[in-house]
Design a protein around this ligand. Structure first.
Ligand SMILES: [Zn+2]
Length: 348
């Protein structure tokens, strides 16, 4: 599997700034050629064609030739993925980006060597053995810090036996309710920093605003990483509902939806599960709050739709079981996961 290791770069940031400008130049050149093709009704350039057009420019631009090739390929790929005839130009406001070929990056103790330069990094954790692959890049965040993102091909561990399973219901009040009854509180990190952010924004302190936003993002990421690592360590198979954040974001709960970060939570669970040999599954979560997890009926006393979001506890009028709304949903999600898991594993 491929994993990304991210290190903050602590040397040669001036050089990277310069290279990032050159990368933007190559990108904008690709965009211009694409616009030409549109204007004159020519065939659109693929990544390969753009590479041919940019051959020999790397020395003059102060870039590695692999970087130029990567920019061309990424331009073609992005244009295809965005389904657009051409893309936005890259300029000063774009996030800095310098891609490189994986084979050009070499380890050198706690530093990395690329194109004749040694980049020292804050060695926050050891880089495991494995092949450094393409997709590796330097990137600059909004505060002007450079990061080295190393894409690494590592071996997957053998899958664990699916003994301990858990269903996870994602919510707003609690970020997640686990089918074993435990709950993970929603972080509300944005709300905690809202006042400080407002002060900085009114004072038009751009750097302070950027720093606060970065801090919010960091804290949220850290919180999610702690939670997901714990879950993957404790359970062998993990089933999550496919709740759609963008649909809920259009309601009055938008701020809370963006604050909890369901999608990063799910993405982290998915890759960490693979990394540690656990099973991960996303199931359709429709009606999981309405079905009784005890008898399987859809009773009349169930909570219905967004209007009944306030109902936290209900009683099944068919079998008489009293349910906590989220816990009931988590149990149903686990059951759905088990049904599909059993198909994949013969001896379950
Ligand atoms: Zn029931």
């Amino acid at each position: 599997m491929k994993l990304v290791y991210r290190y903050r770069v602590k040397s040669l940031t001036g050089l990277l700034n310069k290279q990032a400008r050159a990368v933007n130049f190559v990108w904008n050149y690709c965009n211009d050629r694409q616009k030409d093709a549109l204007r004159f009704g020519r065939r659109w350039h693929a990544g390969f064609d753009l590479i041919k057009l940019t051959t020999g420019c790397s020395k003059e631009l102060g870039l590695h030739s692999g970087t130029v090739n990567d920019v061309c390929q990424q331009y073609a790929r992005s244009r295809f993925q965005a389904r657009r005839p051409y893309l936005r130009y890259r300029g000063r406001k774009s996030m800095g980006w310098v891609p490189l070929k994986g084979r050009e990056l070499k380890r050198e103790g706690n530093a990395f060597r690329f194109a004749g330069n040694t980049f020292r990094v804050f060695h926050s954790r050891a880089l495991p053995e494995g092949k450094i692959t393409d997709g590796t890049n330097f990137s600059r965040d909004r505060r002007g810090n450079w990061f080295l993102n190393i894409v690494l091909e590592v071996q997957e561990p053998p899958a664990r036996l699916p003994v301990r399973g858990v269903g996870i219901d994602l919510g707003l009040k609690d970020l997640a309710t686990l089918s074993d009854g435990s709950r993970i509180a929603a972080p509300h990190i944005y709300r905690a920093s809202e006042a400080a952010l407002a002060v900085a924004q009114r004072a038009r302190k751009k750097k302070r605003v950027a720093a606060l936003h970065a801090k919010i993002a960091n804290r949220r990421r850290h919180y999610l990483h702690t939670c997901t690592s714990e879950i993957v360590g404790a359970f062998d198979y993990i089933v999550v509902g496919n709740i759609n954040a963008s649909a809920l974001a259009k309601t009055s709960m938008a701020k809370s939806v963006y604050d909890v970060g369901w999608s990063s939570f799910r993405t982290q669970l998915a890759y960490k599960a693979v990394k540690h040999g656990a099973w991960f599954e996303e199931v359709n979560e429709s009606f999981t709050t309405q079905i009784c997890s005890n008898c399987g009926a859809v009773p009349d006393s169930r909570p219905k739709g967004i209007a009944d979001l306030g109902i936290r506890e209900w009683r099944c009028c068919d079998c008489g079981a009293v349910h906590d709304r989220d816990l009931n949903a988590a149990s149903n999600i686990l059951r759905r996961g088990r049904a599909t898991l059993a198909v994949g594993i013969p001896d379950l």
